[in-house]
Design a protein around this ligand. Structure first.
Ligand code: HEC
Length: 149
């Protein structure tokens, strides 16, 4: 959160952060953006409920791969994924293009990726990683680690 307060007021930031998470209205908005982005960028392949498509597209719903690679998901969205992977016991060897490679060259911001992943990780039986729900700072750090920032 950008909070250009004088240092005497710094203690307010965490207090505000906590109160914001208690405001359902805020969450609803973010969830809506995450859902909208999912429908726009991912559902055509991974399915509306994250169910995937047979042996061509792996599921996101209840995906063990997703659960085991929480730190790489932001980069997968930016850079895509190719090569052999196993998801819930099924082998895939396909190519997922990075979102920036799609015909429209849309480039999702760290904030959008954060909302998108929070949506995916709170639906269809999925859970947030060990760090809990994602923050923009966390997404930034993940993207830096793969040279996307
Ligand atoms: C053009 C089709 C397509 C689109 C659009 C797409 N994916 Fe994928 N995705 C794939 C394919 C194919 C794979 C498997 C790649 C492989 O075999 O290495 C995959 C793999 C994955 C994986 C790892 C495996 C798993 O199922 O857990 C994740 C996570 C993922 N995609 C998330 C997303 C997200 C989030 C979006 C939207 C931003 C998205 N994908 C958009 C086709 C797509």
């Amino acid at each position: 959160m950008a909070f250009p307060a004088p240092s005497a007021l710094r203690w307010l930031a965490p207090v505000l952060a906590v109160s914001l998470t208690l405001l359902p209205g805020c969450f609803t908005n973010k969830q809506h953006q995450g859902e909208r982005l999912y429908v726009q960028h991912c559902a055509s392949c991974h399915g509306e409920q994250g169910e995937g498509l047979g042996h061509l597209i792996p599921p996101l719903a209840g995906s063990d791969y997703l659960a085991q690679h929480p730190g790489q998901l932001a980069c997968i969205i930016r850079q895509g994924l190719r090569g052999p992977i196993v998801v819930n016991g099924v082998s895939y060897n396909q190519v997922m293009l990075g979102v920036q490679d799609t015909a429209t060259h849309r480039h999702l911001s760290p904030a959008q990726i954060t909302n998108l992943l929070n949506y995916i990780e709170s639906h269809w039986g999925n859970r947030a990683g060990p760090a809990g729900s994602r923050t923009i700072a966390g997404t930034d750090a993940e993207l830096r680690a793969c040279g996307e920032r």
